[in-house]
Write a protein that binds this ligand. Structure first.
Ligand code: F0G
Length: 439
């Protein structure tokens, strides 16, 4: 598939500065055996930036599956495979940049662009990472893959595992994921276990099981998932003709995505593709905001939230595994971390809907966060801002219906105001009455 690419020697390296132990790229490692630190993929020097930009652009005209993928098109930036023939691609990525004037105004900006990852094959940014995670699983000869998920990772893993002929094992917090996501996992044939525990507790459980049963774990501490999610930034920059925005804003849950964006952007700068970094702003939901708390304290480690609560179930995570990477990336970019309430998320989501765009609740935290950050003067109204919408509007339709009909309640029973509500109207089968109503 596709043209042959240069493969700089790839390795796994411990992310912990005091350790930096190195391992073969084919070892199955999620944490460093020496110090317990997170692992990351590292490569040798890549090609000249002008030649890379040309290759990336030309591949858009190519019909090979690898080049049609908005992830693998950028493969020189994550050359961990030595053979691309077994890559499982559903043509992930290829997600648009959309101008959103109504949302810009609501967020206190002159203009705002959404990078909409909800256009992916399974409707979320997880597909960008999953194609790489599954490629590594296949390369290692794994037969079974597993993840714990708030919904989107499981939908994505189920699809890619099915397409690649692997058995998928999914662990979900019982009662706390949307049906849209759960039903995707079922449809794609994954063995789905609903555990009576929260995301953080199940992740600990799954780590034990993966070790005991020899299953390959595809949560975001898997370094190859992170490699794939870097492509969201490469594609954004390519679409902007390599002009760097001032800010990239994204929701934060387990903090894999911000780790991926930071790494991808640093590597793009090191490769000479860009000459400066955008600032990264991570937005958390108030009831699940341990990273925000850490940012406010300014030092020390992350203090997990034992019972995280938010209707934005995708980011209902109290003990995010990737926080050391995320902290490094946000600091290095000169960025910030903000938190937003349930009401703020719900209203921002309705404003994104009014742009004709739509997204799931977690994604709307971005616009709610932007509104706060412009009000506080952290983001200037003239700055170029790209907000990443992480999931499709249809992922959580129940939430939408409840908001618009005034039935949405925050955890704890507090009513969410239907500020921008748009109730369906029941009418009799009578043209006169309907005409009267519409006049
Ligand atoms: N937005 C959506 C729609 C998500 O599904 C997630 C994470 C996030 C944002 C947060 O990204 O974890 O990289 O900080 N969902 C995971 C899952 C945890 O299991 O699907 P993060």
């Amino acid at each position: 598939m596709g043209s042959a690419t240069q493969t700089a020697a790839a390795e796994l390296v411990c992310f912990n500065d005091g350790c930096r132990a190195r391992y073969a790229i084919t070892e199955v490692l999620y944490n460093c055996p020496k110090c317990g630190g997170l692992m990351e993929a590292a490569y040798g020097a890549t090609q000249q930036p002008e030649s890379l930009k040309k290759i990336f652009r030309e591949r858009r005209l190519n019909n090979t599956p690898l080049d049609q993928s908005g992830v693998w098109r950028y493969r020189e930036m994550f050359p961990f495979l030595d053979d691309y023939s077994k890559v499982v691609t559903l043509r992930e990525g290829n997600t648009p940049l959309l101008d959103a004037p109504i949302a810009a105004k609501y967020g206190g900006l002159f203009s705002l662009t959404f990078k909409h990852q909800g256009f992916n094959p399974t409707g979320s940014f997880k597909d960008n990472g999953m194609t790489c995670g599954v490629a590594q699983a296949v390369r290692l000869g794994m037969k079974r893959v597993a993840c714990v998920s708030t919904g989107n990772t499981s939908a994505s893993m189920a699809a890619y595992a099915a397409a690649g002929g692997l058995e998928a094992l999914i662990f979900l917090p019982h009662g706390n994921i949307s049906f849209g996501k759960l039903s995707q996992a079922l449809e794609y044939g994954a063995k789905t276990l609903q555990v009576e525990a929260n995301f953080d507790q199940i992740l600990a459980l799954v780590r034990v099981l993966a070790e005991r049963l020899g299953i390959y774990l595809l949560n975001s501490m898997n370094p190859f998932r992170i490699e794939g999610q870097k492509s969201i930034m490469f594609e954004m920059l390519d679409q902007l003709d390599w002009r760097v925005p001032d800010w990239v804003v994204l929701p934060g849950g387990n903090l894999g995505n911000v780790s991926a964006f930071g790494k991808g952007l640093r590597e793009a700068k090191d490769a000479g593709l860009i000459d400066r970094l955008p600032k990264l702003a991570v937005i958390q939901a108030e009831g699940a905001a341990p990273f925000y708390d850490l940012w406010q304290r300014g030092s020390g480690g992350l203090c997990p939230v034992t019972n995280p609560e938010t209707l934005a179930t995708a980011i209902r995570i109290g003990d995010p595994v990737s926080w050391p990477k995320a902290l490094h990336e946000v600091r290095n970019s000169g960025g910030t971390v903000e938190k937003v309430t349930e009401q703020e998320i719900a209203d921002a989501k309705a404003q994104i809907g009014l742009c004709g765009i739509g997204c799931e609740p977690a994604s709307a935290a971005t616009l709610a966060g932007i509104r706060k950050l412009t009000a506080r003067g952290v983001i200037d109204r003239v700055e170029n801002v790209v907000a990443v919408l992480t999931g499709n509007v249809l992922k959580d339709s129940d939430y939408i219906y409840r908001y618009h009909t005034g039935q949405l309640e925050a955890p704890g029973g507090v009513k969410i105001q239907s500020t921008f509500g748009n109730k369906p109207i029941v009418v009799p089968n009578d043209p006169d009455k309907i005409a009267e109503l519409l006049n």
